[in-house]
Each structure stands twice: as structure tokens, then as C-alpha cells.
Design a protein around this ligand. Structure first.
Ligand SMILES: *Cc1c(COP(=O)(O)O)cnc(C)c1O
Length: 366
């Protein structure tokens, strides 16, 4: 008999989530372009809602009813089919836990949200990373990787860290090719940033199909990452499964109130979306202009751009000069992407500084 408590072997293999940095190696506080937070903050209406503390002695509404109603109204979804979570991270975890366990396989594209292998291992399941196609998830490769042990496919669309996006038809084709007993999770954390007309129709698929779950978050375009609120929708049986697994009082009263206020201020979301589209375009063009130095920007539909360093200028050197200039960006955005940085779209001033710093590093006039 062991004399100490023994971690489950699959927990032993688990590597904790590595968040984006906000400090330099020498301890200076940096402007954070490493966690895809909203540079405009959040809606003033959400801030107003946060000024009313309610009665902190009372538990929050366990079902977040007002919030599910407000989400349902905005997106045309029956509130009974919406489950809220402590960030969408909780709901992604519940989805994997509900459908996969020891020995089962969970599929995702090789460069995907770094939480996916973690939540897969947490439940004892086996993460299967599938090769992409030019930094875009490959429907053919995912379908070819399905075995009789596959229980869940996780697709972040847009993808983090690449920023790439699978078109509606491709998402449909993926769904049609999957066995009915495999849950397809469409993680739409960046859906609000997708260009007009490019929506992947995940919510429609979640409504029609019996094996699709869509997750959304208030952490990105709504600028409420600190409050930890996400939501998910899918077929009644899937939502019921998540309702059993989620924390009983998983969204705080203040979080529920602020999220309701934020939903009512779509003008803020639109402003965030437009500012992001401008900054994103600008950063992509500036990086492409440094193509002769081996820098390459992957086309993005999100609020960040993945920059590859394929020449003499290294990602490590860029990380350092950006830190010297006061900016934290995401290095090693995926274990398989050591020569890349993921840069969140910040304010215009932030983007000016980042672009000038990269140009100087390449020996070009800022
Ligand atoms: C940021 C992000 C989320 C959001 O996580 P929350 O728990 O809602 O803050 C979900 N999925 C992906 C791919 C993300 O990048």
C-alpha cells in the first residue's frame, strides 16, 4: 500500500494551463497583448451594472435565468436550451466530461486552444491532435482520424492560436462525416470578430442536429474576461448533461447582471469589432511588408494574429524587443509552434508601437 495519496495516472500527465504573460522576465509590468483581451475594455453599461453590488450575502440565481433569456432573445434561441458557465472553459470541460472518459479519444486540430488537451486528460481520455492544412483545421484529416473510440471533436472556429476560420460548408461537411455518436463542439469564442457574412452557422447546426454543442463567451468581444461568463447551446439532451455537471452557482450575481447589461449594448460590440478589423488588417499588412525578413502573418478572423518567423529574425528576438518596448505577446502559442508569436490586436497606439518595434528589429525604418 502506498503511504501517500496517489494522483491518478492521467492527472500526473496533465500540464497546467499556461496563461498569457503580463510581466517581463525582469519583472516589469507590460501591456498585455498575450491573452486576447478587449483593448476597449467593456461596455459602460456593464460597468454601471457592476456598481450595484446587490446583496453579496445571497447566492446568485443558480440557473442565470435573466441572462439565458437575454442571450436567447439576441440569438433567437430557446432560453431552455442555453446553459451558462464560469467562462466557456467550464462548459468545454463539462462537454468533454459528459461524453468521454478513460480510454476514449477526443480529437482536435494540431494547433488548437491549449485548454483542449488539458480538459481531455482531466477526464482520463486520450487527446488526439490531427494535422492541419496550412494552419487551417482539415476536415478530411479529422474525419480520417475518427475511430470507434472517438467521443468528442473540439473545433475552435476561429482557431486559437492561428486565427483561421472554417467556412460554413466545411463545418457542415465535418458534421455530416461524423458518426452520430460523436459530439461536435464548435467553440465560437471569437465569433463576434468574424467578418460579415462569414458566420459558420454553428448556432443553426446546434439547433438542427442532435450531436452539436456551440460554446460562446463574454471574455472576448464583450470584454468581461475577469467576470468568467460563458454559455453553450445544443440539443436538449446535451444541454441537460451540461446542466448536471456544471457548478451549482457557477456564475456570480454581478457577472449575470453585467453580462445582461453588456448584451443590451450591441453598439459596444460593433465598435470593438470594427476597431479590431482595422487593427488586424493593419498588423497583417505590416507583417507581410516584412516578408523579405521571413516574417509571415496567418490570415485571421479573430482578435489576434499569428506571426511566423521563418528567416533570420527569430520569434525569441521579437519577443525580447517587444518586451523592451513594454509589450507582452504570446510566445510558444502551441508546443508545435516555437517560431511564432500570437499578437492580440490592441489599441491603435499599441499597434503603432508593435509595428515600429518589429520594423526596427528587421532593420527597416520605423
Ligand atoms: C479565450 C478562449 C475561450 C474563452 O474562455 P473563457 O473560459 O470563456 O474565458 C474559449 N475558447 C477559445 C478557443 C479561446 O481562445
Amino acid at each position: 500500500m502506498p503511504t501517500d495519496p496517489q494522483l491518478k495516472p492521467w492527472i500526473e500527465e496533465l500540464r497546467p494551463y499556461v496563461p498569457g504573460k503580463s510581466k517581463s522576465d525582469d519583472g516589469r509590468t507590460l501591456i498585455k497583448l498575450s491573452a486576447n483581451e478587449n483593448p476597449l475594455g467593456c461596455s459602460p453599461a456593464a460597468l454601471d451594472a457592476l456598481r450595484d453590488p446587490g446583496n453579496p450575502a445571497d447566492y446568485p440565481d443558480p440557473g442565470a435565468l435573466e441572462l439565458t433569456k437575454a442571450i436567447g432573445k439576441l440569438h433567437g434561441i430557446d432560453p431552455a436550451l442555453i446553459v451558462c458557465g464560469t467562462g466557456s472553459g467550464e462548459l468545454l470541460h463539462c462537454a468533454v466530461q459528459a461524453y468521454a472518459g478513460p480510454g476514449d479519444e477526443v480529437l482536435f486540430s494540431q494547433y488548437s486552444f491549449s485548454l483542449y488537451p488539458l480538459i481531455t486528460r482531466k477526464v482520463g481520455a486520450v487527446p488526439v491532435a490531427v494535422k492541419d492544412e496550412n494552419f487551417v483545421a482539415s476536415v478530411d484529416a479529422i474525419l480520417a482520424a475518427v475511430t470507434d473510440k472517438t467521443r468528442v471533436v473540439l473545433l475552435d472556429n476561429p482557431n486559437n492560436p492561428c486565427g483561421t476560420h472554417l467556412a460554413r460548408d466545411e463545418v457542415r461537411r465535418l458534421h455530416q462525416g461524423l458518426p452520430g455518436n460523436v459530439l461536435l463542439v464548435l467553440d465560437q469564442a471569437y465569433a463576434e470578430y468574424v467578418d460579415d457574412g462569414m458566420d459558420d452557422d454553428g448556432l443553426v447546426l446546434a439547433w438542427e442536429a442532435s450531436n452539436v454543442l456551440v460554446t460562446r463567451t463574454f471574455s472576448k468581444a464583450y470584454g468581461l474576461a475577469g467576470l468568467r461568463i460563458g454559455w453553450a447551446t445544443g440539443a436538449p439532451a446535451i444541454v441537460a448533461g451540461l446542466q448536471r455537471l456544471r457548478g451549482a452557482f457557477n456564475v456570480s450575481t454581478q457577472g449575470q447582471n453585467a453580462a445582461c447589461a453588456a448584451l443590451a449594448d450591441q453598439e459596444f460590440v460593433e465598435r470593438s469589432r470594427q476597431a479590431n478589423a482595422r487593427g488586424r488588417q493593419r498588423l497583417i499588412e505590416a507583417v507581410q511588408a516584412l516578408g523579405n525578413h521571413g516574417l509571415r502573418a496567418i490570415p485571421s478572423q479573430a482578435n489576434f494574429v499569428l506571426v511566423l518567423f521563418e528567416g533570420e529574425v527569430t520569434a525569441e528576438a521579437a519577443l525580447k524587443v517587444l518586451a523592451d518596448a513594454g509589450y507582452a505577446v504570446r510566445n510558444n502559442p502551441s508546443p508545435a509552434l516555437p517560431d511564432a508569436l500570437r499578437i492580440t490586436i490592441g489599441s491603435e497606439q499599441h499597434m503603432d508601437d508593435v509595428i515600429a518595434t518589429l520594423r526596427q528589429l528587421c532593420g527597416e525604418a520605423a
